[in-house]
Each structure stands twice: as C-alpha cells, then as structure tokens.
Design a protein around this ligand. Structure first.
Ligand code: 3HC
Length: 285
C-alpha cells in the first residue's frame, strides 16, 4: 500500500515529535489529541522545533511552511478517517491503548498499518482485542524524535511480514534506521537502557557518588551523549519507573527491581524535565 496519510494519536513529547518528522518528510498528518488546547500546544512545540532546525540550517523556511501546511489536528480519530498508517503515542496504559486501537481499526483505510510507540507494553496484548492483529506493530521512536536516528520495530506474535516490511521502508523514508526486535518485555532498547539508568540511580541512592560525577563518569568514560541521571530526567522519571516495573514483572529477580529513590522521586511528583524538577532542576525559561 502506498502510504501518504498518517494519523498520530497523542501530541505529547513523543507524539509531537512523530507528527513533526512525518510532516517534514512529505506525509499528510492528522494529529489527534483529546482537547483542542492540547493539539494547539503540540503544534506550537512542532513549530518551535522546526524554527530551531531552520535557524541551524537543517531545514529551509519554505520546507518548514510546507511541512506545517501538511499537518492538521483533530479531537477524534473519526475525523482522521481514511489514514493508511496510524502511530499511537498515548499514555502507557493498556486499557487506554486498547480503546485507541479499536477506534483505529474502525476508521483506518482497509489494510491500514496500526503502529504503537509504546516503550514497553507488549504489542501482542495491544493487538489482542482487534479483528486483525496482523496489522499491529511497534514503531518505537527515540526522544528527541526529530534528532534520533533509530526506530525500533517490534513484531507482536501475530504481526505480519507485510506490516513489518512496510514499516521498515517507511522508517527509511523518514531518514531513520530501522532495527527489528521480538515482543519481549522492554524489547531491546529499554531492556538494556533502563537497568543502566536504574543502576546509576542506585549508585546515587547508596552514596557511591554524586549525580554530577555519575553523569560525568558515564558521559566522558563511555562516550554517552548524556549521563544516565540527566537522561532519566529527560525521558521522564515516571516513564523510567513504568518501564522498570514492566521488566520486573516480566523477568523478576533483583536485576530489574526499581530503585527506591526512583520510586520516591515519582511519588514526590519530581518527574524530570517535564515537571521542572527531577534529579536536576529545570527552571522555566
Ligand atoms: N527537535 C529538533 N531538533 C532538535 C531537538 C528537537 N526536539 N532537540 C535537539 N535538536 C537538535 C539541535 O537543534 C541540534 O542540532 P544541530 O546538530 O544541527 O546543531 C542537535 O539536535 C543537538 O542539540 P543541542 O545542541 O541542543 O544539544 P546536544 O548536542 O546536547 O544534544 C541531545 C541534545 C540530542 C538530546 C543529546 O544530548 C542526546 O542525544 N542525548 C541522548 C538522547 C537519548 O539517549 N535518547 C533516547 C532516550 S530513550 C527513548 O527515547 C526510548 C523511550 O522508550 C524511553
């Protein structure tokens, strides 16, 4: 199927980044948010991020205007009916995602590919209640979406080869690199990344070092672009905790037990960059 129309559900950090790259690469995009104010906020963020690309010479002003002209918003999936690809990026709750996928199945073009950007929920579970689970697939973008090259593609138990090949080809059209994983807890990316972040938080909790030095050690010693504590704040501490809980539930054992300090930060509402405070402070500009 020739994919030209894309529906992105959810306009938060990941959803707005996903809508941004599809619109920039020539697709007609409808971004669905529950409320118009949230949709407008997502478009404002996309505009700001595109302005930044224009200022840095990565995008022309004309291409930015054309991309924004290809981007529409809606407050229901029905308004986006006829899309050939959907990418869901709503909160990480199976009940919410299941409801979204039922709507997507009802309103997509025949044979539309239905992708989820879930960071760790099983694709097979998200697809379970649909008439045709073979079209459901994980399309896991990395934050910040316009910058990061990887899309981790996750095959659920019933995902078809055709859906996998379609999504791989689309990823290349977006200027990104696909890598495929099977449907195990945390897939590959978060199964490897999150225990490292959790371990860094344990180092802080146990007084092995300060947050600044933990970050310096990992940033300069291992050539990571960000230290793990700063990265946890960037991803969102609630997201990190939710992923550790999926790993803990899926595999058990001490290796995947979320650090108490991580739990406490989330319980205190310190979620990282998005809440203005996490392990570091992020004063509003
Ligand atoms: N939109 C568009 N462009 C953006 C952007 C955005 N949201 N954020 C950054 N950029 C661009 C900048 O304009 C800049 O462009 P240039 O190279 O043309 O100058 C470039 O990205 C680098 O940004 P900055 O100069 O502001 O800052 P840094 O050089 O410090 O890079 C970073 C910032 C890209 C965030 C870098 O620190 C990094 O790569 N960090 C690690 C990110 C990471 O690991 N992400 C994966 C998280 S895990 C995940 O997402 C999975 C989930 O399931 C948890």
């Amino acid at each position: 199927m020739d994919i030209t129309r894309v529906c992105v559900v959810g306009g938060g950090t990941m959803g707005n980044g996903i809508a941004h790259v599809f619109a920039q690469k020539g697709f007609s995009v409808t971004l669905v948010e529950a409320k118009k104010e949230l949709a407008d906020k997502a478009v404002a963020t996309i505009t700001k991020n595109m302005d930044r690309q224009v200022a840095k010479g990565g995008l022309t002003a004309a291409d930015k205007d054309a991309a924004l002209a290809r981007l529409k918003t809606a407050t229901s999936i029905a308004e986006a009916a006829g899309f050939q690809l959907a990418v869901e990026a709503v909160p990480e709750r199976l009940d919410i995602k299941t409801a979204v996928f039922k709507e997507l199945e009802a309103h997509g073009a025949p044979g539309a590919v239905l992708a989820t950007n879930t960071s760790s929920l099983p694709i097979t579970d998200i697809a379970a209640s649909l008439k045709d689970p073979s079209r459901v697939i994980g399309m896991h973008f990395m934050n910040p979406v316009p910058v990061m090259k990887l899309v981790e593609i996750i095959r659920g138990k019933k995902t078809s080869d055709a859906a996998t090949e379609t999504v791989k080809a689309l990823t290349v059209k977006l200027g990104k690199i696909p890598a495929v994983a099977n449907d195990f807890p945390g897939f590959v990316s978060n199964r490897v990344l999150m225990p490292m972040i959790n371990e860094a938080i344990l180092c802080l909790q146990e007084g092995v070092s300060t947050k600044e030095d933990i970050d310096t050690i990992m940033k300069l010693g291992m050539a990571h672009p960000m230290g793990p504590i700063a990265l946890a704040d960037y991803i969102g501490l609630d997201v990190c905790l939710a992923i550790m809980e999926v790993l803990d539930k899926g595999f058990g054992g001490v290796k995947y037990k979320p650090a108490e300090l991580l739990r406490k930060m989330v319980a205190d509402g310190k979620l990282g960059v998005k809440s203005g405070s996490g392990f570091y402070e992020y004063p509003k500009k």
